[in-house]
Design a binder for this molecule. Structure first.
Ligand code: ADP
Ligand code: MG
Length: 224
């Protein structure tokens, strides 16, 4: 309806501005991080302060990166990609983090290939965010199972973990900017995921059982 359309146009203007500002912040931020690291090696005292600065700069960096992904995907940047390859590269990227957290990543594909029109880098970011959340939900380690199912009109990718789960009253808050239950979370990951998948004409479903685990399912249309 009209209300929803106005809402989504507002979101896209805000998203583009946020992405533009984030882009401008990135260069000065990179030099602040670089020089802080350099000074820490050159100055023998105040290392605690340098460490705090670096942690906080890293936090700004994460927020900036999440916002940069908000730039609305341009229709002409959509290309044909095999989503299986996209997921495989994301799994490779996260392998080290998984091992360090005692997490086993497994993937199942019900087809040899799963092509769709997309902005591949944006979809990578979605799967990185979701799989990172799954890893972070299992402080003692466990399994993350990625399952891709391809049908005539679309592709569904579910990411299931054995983590802490999400209390029912928090489900409506998922994707709200800055909603986080983590000490060093940004609360921007899922918001970015929702926006990117919306921009691809898809949707995200999240189901969870506290103490048992969470399943996030990303539905994407094939557009052809
Ligand atoms: P962040 O990871 O920085 O906290 P996100 O937007 O990625 O921000 O996630 C928001 C919140 O949603 C998390 O802080 C957590 O409470 C909850 N959440 C997301 N994914 C999971 C998951 N797989 N298991 C448990 N909780 C989750
Ligand atoms: Mg996250």
């Amino acid at each position: 309806d009209e209300e929803a359309m106005i809402q989504s146009e507002k979101l896209s203007v805000v998203g583009q501005m946020a992405a533009g500002i984030a882009h401008e912040i990135r260069n000065p931020l990179t030099s602040l991080i670089g020089f802080s690291k350099f000074l820490k090696t050159r100055i023998d005292s105040y290392h605690d302060y340098f460490d705090i600065m670096l942690v906080e700069l890293d936090r700004i960096n994460s927020i900036v990166q999440e916002f940069m992904a908000l730039a609305k995907p341009q229709a002409n940047q959509f290309r044909k990609h095999d989503l299986i390859k996209t997921i495989q590269s994301v799994l490779t990227l996260l392998e080290t983090q998984a091992i360090m957290n005692n997490v086993q990543l497994t993937a199942y594909y019900d087809a040899d290939s799963a092509s769709l029109l997309c902005e591949e880098n944006q979809l990578k970011q979605v799967f990185v965010n979701v799989i990172k959340n799954a890893i972070e939900a299992m402080p003692q380690g466990g399994m993350v199972v990625v399952d891709l199912k391809s049908s005539g009109s679309g592709i569904a990718v579910s990411i299931a973990d054995q983590g802490v789960g999400i209390p029912e009253e928090q489900l409506p808050l998922l994707g709200d900017p800055f909603f986080t239950t983590k000490d060093s979370g940004t609360g921007l990951g899922l918001m970015v995921c929702y926006r990117i998948i919306e921009g691809h004409g898809g949707k995200i479903d999240i189901s969870s059982r506290p103490g048992i685990g969470t399943t996030v399912t990303v539905h994407l249309p094939k557009f052809d």
